[in-house]
Design a protein around this ligand. Sequence first.
Ligand code: SF4
Length: 493
Amino acid sequence: MKLCIYTNAPELGNDIADVARIFYGQLDYAVYPLNEPAAGDAGLALRVSDEAAGQTRLVSATASGAVTGAEQAGYAEESDSLERKRVRKRTVKLAVYAILRRETGIQPPWGALTGIRPTRLIYQRMERGDTYEQALGWLRNSFDVTPEKLRLLKDIIQVQSTLPPPAHNQVELYVGIPFCVSRCAYCSFASGEIGSGKLVRPYVDALLYEIGRMKELLQEKDITVSTVYMGGGTPTSLPADEMGRLLEALRPLADGREFTVEAGRPDTIDREKLTLLRASGVTRISINPQTFHDETLERIGRRHTSAQTVKAYELARSLGFDDINMDLIAGLPGEDEGMFRESLDRISELKPDSLTVHSLAIKHASAMHLYNALLPDGRMTASMMSEADRAARALSLRPYYMYRQKYMAGALENVAYARAGAECVYNVRMMEETGHVLALGAGAISKRIAPSGGRIVRAPNVGNIEEYIRRVGEMCERKEALWNTDLNRSGEN
Ligand code: SF4
């Protein structure tokens, strides 16, 4: 659908379009001056004005085309300019939401929320003195979030409150392996097929160099590593000898810590690699079925079968892995609720220690748009997410973090569930942006969080694999500069 936005607040065009996407899914939009006459063929036209009205300002919004309706909202002018911008944006979005909600009759699960981290809003309110019940009440009243999602947030916050808080002199260490054995249709990660493997050795050499320099930095700054996460791509797509070199270098940093390796593709793991991971102190791995239907796996370009997933999982268990995560995706092309329930039944039999349920996000970068006609609608995906919630809780897995993405089916979310004690602390700190991250490898982004105010300063590595190999010294310098910055004084953001 095409959305035409006529407004005197053109800088809010994308925010207005984001609200429309809650109801209509993906859509393109164009912004025009407020008084321009409407084009006749508009699928949906929104006219939004924000005008001074005495001590307050008045937002007037009208919708025409696919739906018709009008809404008005007033808001007080704030003296603080940042707060003024925030309140103005929120009022405009809520006015547009109110029309579309009323005129379409659709109750979006997350109401008017368009951000990716609803938990952050709760924490912000709590920092200002709210109890979490008050913060949840504010979300319900201001953003129309459904009771089911409020309960999810409440449970997540309760579990997170039992996890160790990050310390200022610690970092979460991320190591990125941007290779995979083949490309899934929905993949939007910065990863390339491992292909002939000619880049693998130079890439691992570059990583070893970066690890060495970062060990010196950590020592100099008296910083310790709190958790280690090797992600990608699929790290286990590396040949065993290259994986071994890397794990050997990481061992002194990872020893005794939570150490996760994404072994997501079952067709990349075997006894030799799993034994190596175990012997190198890896505490947690992911083996990701995504679905237990082979025809869907084939359709989305994952070149493995569900039997391979089960075999890899059982092998990992037999080798002593006692913390295994599995990922499922709700809303895959060609799947309905019955098929998704069958995948959940298989999960219930296998009993992983954690389960991460994604609702399919269709990104422009992926080839998934080719399957649009086969995609289940938002209502069906929502019902799949509810089923997954029930199945996870029946396995005594509790929700412990969640996030949303743009282009997500049914404006839903991704939720991670874990048994008590199997929560991945690295993931929580990443999602909530509470821990400093020292990130190595192509495309990895290091972050430091300012002690007061939570301002985040970043140092990204280049994403292109060959560039990274060539410029690894410069990537180290970027991180050294980041950790030499006095965040209390720097105004950088
Ligand atoms: S397994 Fe993961 S990283 Fe590899 S192509 Fe599929 S989605 Fe991308």
